[in-house]
Design a protein around this ligand. Structure first.
Ligand code: FA5
Length: 345
């Protein structure tokens, strides 16, 4: 093919490119002039049949035409794509009178509402907040609390063991031993909120993971009257002035005497109903006077110092306070329950 014909081919292509007025039509032009079946491609494959002295010049002329067509197409493609995008945006209509999507604001989880409220009450009585690890040493969880290895009381608090010496703490009481260790014989007035774990079967009132607030007071002259007054004030602040508490004799290896503390049932006022299982009272916590062995093991002279301690279940408090029928609802993140709670609180 003469160079003059090649020039015609190039001009025809450039004209078609110029006339293409959409991305689709430009793609069709590209197909006509640059595809494998195009005239340009078939000419390229014929170079080998030319006399050797003509091949170089003809090859260069073909390349020049291909480059010219390709760059003209690319330039036009950019222009057409932008134009089509602009046209699309112009056509899009926004109806500003349509109502927006309403997102309901979330609320605080009942568990944390109660936990904060309990902490506030104790802070108001002069307690400080202490902390301790959830993966705890057997030493602090049991031994320094007067529960040596093979003590039958361990059966009541079976747990998840990491190894022979480490476990998920079964109560917040190990913080008692840790605090006494840190205070080195000085007076103590702490609470410790935190997660606790037991190998308990889950049901409406039990969870294998729950939370407690531990309380510990040690000083000279502390007696059971201080314990009762502290817990009575706590119960009234938490559940209302009319609530009474009752101390029932109990057993914990780390307190002597030990008590279970009940509160009179708000539902029936103490007459007996389903909620309090006919007893008129509902158990809220375990407590007692710190056992002399515990004081001794943790660096306090029981002849000089005495103290009281208590452990209250935070989840149980939330259940009682809000009349939640199943403790597991505090953990399952069911939005229906959380919404219901938001309305209640
Ligand atoms: C204790 O854990 C003692 N450490 C409490 C204590 C501290 C006594 C200091 C004396 C001095 P108890 O096992 O009773 O005691 O648990 C205390 C509270 O934790 C219970 O009253 C209850 O509110 C809560 N609790 C216990 N087990 C569970 C469970 N599986 N699920 C939810 N709450 C629980």
């Amino acid at each position: 093919m003469e160079n003059e014909n090649l020039l015609k081919l190039k001009n025809a292509a450039l004209k078609d490119i110029e006339e293409a007025n959409s991305v689709d039509s430009l793609n069709a032009v590209r197909n006509t002039y640059l595809s494998k079946k195009s005239e340009l491609s078939s000419l390229t494959s014929q170079i080998g049949q030319l006399p050797p002295e003509d091949r170089k010049a003809f090859g260069a002329a073909l390349t020049e035409v291909r480059v010219a067509i390709t760059s003209a197409i690319e330039e036009k493609m950019t222009y057409l794509k932008n134009k089509e995008l602009e046209e699309k945006l112009e056509k899009e209509q926004i109806d500003i009178s349509l109502p927006g999507i309403s997102y309901e604001p979330g609320g605080r989880d009942p568990f944390y509402v109660i936990q904060d409220e309990m902490i506030e009450i104790f802070l108001g009585m002069g307690f400080e907040v202490a902390d301790g690890p959830e993966v705890e040493k057997d030493l602090y969880n049991f031994e320094l609390l007067n529960i040596p290895k093979d003590h039958p009381a361990r059966d009541m608090q079976d747990t998840f063991y990491i190894n022979d010496n480490e476990l998920l703490r079964t109560h917040t009481s190990p913080v008692q031993a840790r605090t006494m260790e840190a205070k080195k014989g000085a007076p103590v007035r702490i609470i410790c909120p935190g997660k606790t774990y037991r190998r308990d079967d889950d049901d409406a009132t039990h969870s294998h993971q729950f939370a407690q607030i531990e309380g510990l007071v040690i000083d000279k002259g502390i007696n059971i009257g201080h314990l009762k007054a502290t817990l009575e004030l706590f119960a009234k602040k938490m559940f209302g002035e009319k609530r009474e508490i009752r101390l029932r004799s109990s057993y914990f290896p780390f307190t002597e005497p030990s008590v279970e503390v009940d509160i009179n049932c708000a539902n029936c006022g103490g007459k007996g109903c389903n909620m309090c299982k006919g007893t008129g009272y509902i158990e809220i916590l375990g407590a007692g006077m710190v056992h002399p062995n515990v004081l001794k093991m943790n660096g306090y002279d029981p002849e000089e110092y005495s103290g009281f301690a208590f452990g209250v279940g935070i989840d149980r408090m939330a259940v009682l306070r809000y009349g939640i029928d199943d403790i597991r609802k505090l953990y399952t993140n069911d939005v229906r329950f959380l919404k219901q709670f938001k309305k209640m609180s």
